[in-house]
Design a protein around this ligand. Structure first.
Ligand SMILES: [Zn+2]
Length: 410
């Protein structure tokens, strides 16, 4: 355990050096020189741990420990290795490193699995260079087609395949992966929020990825001169919007079960200091692990907004985005919990408020995910930090789970 922890610390530290913004966090864009450096480090470590290394036509990296069965589907463990601009050393990378250390334990204990084990490091989860995000996993399952992949360009007009060639990646390698070659996917990720730390829970077993909706609300009133319109003759679109907005957080609080609501954007028209606003437009983002919660809060939000419509104030709500919550595989969730209990590592159930590669891969294979605490809940910043001891717990849990899922014999 101690050995694992020391190696985790070393890997995280080494990989954090592959950044285009030294001393200002990790900036590792897909197919950049820093990608190449991290890629080489990951591939070298995979070889050192006895894995057969290959890349696919997206530049995703796979290190495989062959199983006894021929042509059998693999149990995959991993995460992504790109970053946001000026991000931290743990987002994504922690999951890749933990995967590597699971493989190290297989090798150290001379285990031969029945089904193969593959450690994976995925590209462009953050969408920093080519937008969209979750590109490695969407490519693997084919929801990002080869044509769409090829048509993507970065802000300088460089296409994906040009960028790949520049760092020596082979663009002709197979892209989409046959789902039949995957038995399960396990991912460890940092929580990127404060819940585990507050609960002093070293592990969160992810029940599901939250569903979310985004509403755009328009409130229309009547413009008027700020000096000459008496207070009782006003139809102020901003004041009405403000009354609505201050009541929205309570809808999520009353709904409970981790439901959250965010009013992230507010535009005021005409936005002049001496004009009564005649129109405001704001967004409402509602998320929860349970579809029922999301739907209840949408309904209550619409009712609340509707109740402010009158002769001189018009309100309308448009739904721009709706993503269903996704429950992760039940038997793998149970396996992860049982394993944590057996190892006497306390855990709690948690929902993921952010999208992850695991969510994408759950469309084609059985997926399990665990979180480790993020210091002060911080992520996507240089201060991002997770305890290597917690990551080592993650290695223990995923190692035992992987042994079970690959039906290992020693
Ligand atoms: Zn991530």
């Amino acid at each position: 355990m101690k050995e694992t922890q020391v190696r985790i610390e070393r890997h995280i530290n080494e990989l954090s050096k592959f950044t285009s913004t030294p001393h200002k966090g990790v900036t590792r864009l897909t197919y950049s020189n820093e990608d190449l450096q991290a890629r080489n480090y990951i591939k070298e470590t995979m070889k050192e741990y006895g894995l057969n290394v290959r890349e696919d036509g997206f530049g995703n990296i796979f290190g495989k420990l062959e199983g006894i069965l021929n042509d059998a589907p693999s149990v995959l463990i991993g995460s992504h290795f790109d970053s946001v601009p000026n991000g931290g050393a743990y987002d994504g990378t922690a999951g890749v490193v933990v995967g590597l250390e699971v493989a190290a334990l297989f090798s150290k204990n001379n285990l031969t699995p029945k089904y193969p084990l593959e450690i994976v490091a995925l590209i462009e989860e953050e969408g920093t260079r080519f937008k969209g995000g979750l590109m490695g996993s969407r490519g693997i399952i084919g929801s990002l087609s080869e044509e769409d992949f090829k048509s993507l360009k970065d802000k300088d007009g460089i296409s994906t395949e040009e960028a790949m060639s520049k760092i020596g990646l082979d663009t002709s390698l197979p892209k989409k992966r046959d789902p039949k070659t995957m038995k399960a996917f396990l991912e460890l990720h940092i929580e990127q929020g404060p819940i585990l730390e507050e609960k002093s829970s070293p592990i969160g077993v992810v029940e599901g990825i939250v569903g979310l909706t985004q509403l755009e609300v328009t409130v229309e009133g009547r413009a008027g001169h700020a000096g000459t319109t008496p207070m009782d003759r006003r139809s102020d679109a901003l004041v009405t919007a403000a009354k609505i907005i201050t009541q929205l957080p309570d809808l999520a609080i009353d709904e409970g079960e981790g439901t959250v609501i965010t009013i992230g954007r507010l535009n005021v028209f005409p936005n002049g200091a001496n004009v009564i606003p005649d129109k405001t437009v704001f967004t409402v983002d509602i998320r929860s692990g349970k579809e029922e919660n999301v739907c209840n809060v949408i309904r209550k939000t619409k009712e609340l907004i509707q109740s402010y419509s009158e002769d001189t104030i018009q309100t309308s709500v448009e739904q721009h985005l709706y993503i269903q919550p996704k429950a992760l595989n039940k038997s793998i969730r149970s396996l992860l919990k049982q394993t944590s209990s057996e190892l006497e590592i306390p855990y709690c159930s948690i929902n993921s408020g952010a999208g992850h590669d695991a969510m994408i891969l759950s469309d084609v294979t059985d997926v399990g995910m665990i979180f480790v605490p993020s210091k002060d809940g911080l992520s996507h910043c240089p201060e991002e930090w997770s305890d290597a001891h917690h990551l080592a717990n993650g290695v223990q849990i995923l190692y035992e789970a992987a042994k079970n899922l690959t039906e290992t014999k020693s």
